[in-house]
Design a protein around this ligand. Structure first.
Ligand SMILES: Nc1ncnc2c1ncn2[C@@H]1O[C@H](COP(=O)(O)OP(=O)(O)OP(=O)(O)O)[C@@H](O)[C@H]1O
Length: 309
C-alpha cells in the first residue's frame, strides 16, 4: 500500500494537485493508494502515528508531500515505527531535506522517479531533548536544529502576522529577509556551555550554533558543505565574535558554502552534545521554533529507510 500525507498549505496546494493527477494515471496498475490531507498545524504528526498504528505492516512507502515542516511532523509521528519507509515529495518553500538527500526538487519528477525505482537507503535523524524533560519527550529532526540568531529570525518570521499574505503571493523568503534586518539590531550574542562528546567548552559571543544531518538548512543554505549523511556524526556550525556587517556577508556566502572561509565560522563533528545557557535560547528544528535553556542532542541510533541518492 502507498500512503500519501499531503499538506495542502505547503506550496499553495501544489501537492494535492500533483498527487491527484499521479493517482489517476496509475489507478489501472495499482489500487493501493491512500491519500490523507492535513487540516491544521501538527496534524501530520497525528495522522502519521494513526496510519502507522493501523497499517505499519502493509505500507510499502509513505510519501510526505509538503515542506520540511511536514517532514518534521511525520518523522515525529513515526517515532515508534522506524521501519515505515519514507519518501519526501518537496512542494514546500525550503525543502532542505530533499536537497540533502539528493532528490529531484521538482515534485512531479521526484514522485515519478521514486515510484518507478524504489531504492531506499538508510537515514539517521537527530534526536533532541530540551531542558529537564525525559526520554519520552524527545523529538526527532530530519535536517537541522539551530540555536541563536537564525532561530530568532525564523521565530520572528513565524510569528509575523503578515506571513500568511506573503506566503500567498510566493514571497515567503521576503519575510525572512525583513526578519533578518530586524533581528540583527536586537540580537544579544549568547554565552553557551557546550559539551561535545564529553569535552566541555565555554563559548562566548555566540551568534549561531546549528546542528545538521546533511549540508543544507534554511532553504538551500549550504551550512555544512562537507557533511555526509551518516550513522554517527552530526555537523555543528558555530558562528562567533562576528560583526553585523560580516554576518550579512555570511548570509550571502553560505548559499555557496564559502562562509567557511571566515575566521568567525567553525565546523565541528559530534556524536552527542549538550548545550546550556543562562540566557534563554531560541531554537528551530526543521523550521519549528521554540525556546530552551538546555538541550541534549544525539543521532537517532535506529536507521530509517528513505528515498535518497
Ligand atoms: N491544513 C493546514 N492549514 C494550515 N497550515 C497547515 C495545514 N496543514 C499543515 N499546516 C502547517 O503548514 C506549515 C508549513 O508546512 P511546511 O513547513 O511543510 O511547508 P513550507 O513552510 O511551505 O516549506 P518549508 O518548511 O520547506 O519552507 C507547517 O507548520 C504545518 O504544520
Amino acid at each position: 500500500m502507498y500512503v500519501f500525507i499531503i499538506n495542502p498549505a505547503a506550496g499553495n496546494g501544489r501537492g494535492e494537485h500533483i498527487v491527484k493527477k499521479f493517482v489517476e494515471e496509475h489507478r489501472s496498475s495499482t489500487n493501493a493508494f491512500r491519500t490523507y490531507f492535513t487540516e491544521y498545524p501538527g496534524h501530520a504528526e497525528e495522522l502519521a502515528q494513526q496510519i502507522a498504528t493501523i497499517y505499519h505492516k502493509s505500507i510499502e512507502l509513505l510519501f510526505v508531500v509538503g515542506g520540511d515542516g511536514t517532514m518534521y511532523e511525520v518523522l515525529n509521528g513515526l517515532v515508534d515505527f522506524p521501519k515505515v519507509p519514507l519518501s519526501f515529495i518537496p512542494v514546500g518553500s525550503g525543502n532542505d531535506f530533499a536537497r540533502g538527500c539528493g532528490m529531484p526538487l521538482k515534485p512531479e519528477e521526484n514522485l515519478r522517479e521514486t515510484f518507478n525505482q524504489t531504492d531506499l537507503k538508510p537515514y539517521w535523524a537527530g534526536r533532541y531533548i530540551k531542558d529537564f524533560q525525559n526520554e519520552r519527550h524527545s523529538h526527532l529532526f530530519a535536517s537541522s536544529l539551530g540555536f541563536g540568531f537564525d532561530a530568532e529570525v525564523a521565530d520572528r518570521s513565524n510569528r509575523s502576522r503578515i506571513k500568511k499574505w506573503f506566503n500567498k503571493i510566493h514571497l515567503k523568503s521576503l519575510i525572512y529577509v525583513i526578519g533578518l534586518f530586524f533581528t540583527i539590531f536586537k540580537f544579544q550574542p549568547k554565552t553557551i556551555q557546550l559539551n561535545i562528546d564529553g569535552k566541555e567548552h565555554t563559548l562566548s559571543n555566540i551568534w549561531m550554533l546549528t546542528i545538521t544531518n546533511h549540508p543544507y538548512f534554511g532553504g538551500g543554505m549550504k551550512i555544512a558543505p562537507n557533511a555526509k549523511i551518516n550513522k554517527k556524526r552530526m555537523y555543528v556550525t558555530i558562528v562567533h565574535k562576528i560583526s553585523k556587517l560580516k554576518l550579512l556577508l555570511l548570509f550571502l556566502t553560505v548559499f555557496f558554502g564559502k562562509h567557511t572561509m571566515l575566521k568567525e565560522v567553525e565546523i565541528l563533528e559530534a556524536t552527542k552534545l549538550e548545550i546550556k545557557s543562562k540566557q534563554r535560547l531560541t531554537y528551530h528544528a526543521d523550521g519549528y521554533t521554540s525556546y530552551c535553556y538546555q538541550c541534549r542532542v544525539e543521532k537517532e541510533e535506529i536507521e530509517r529507510l528513505v528515498q535518497r541518492k
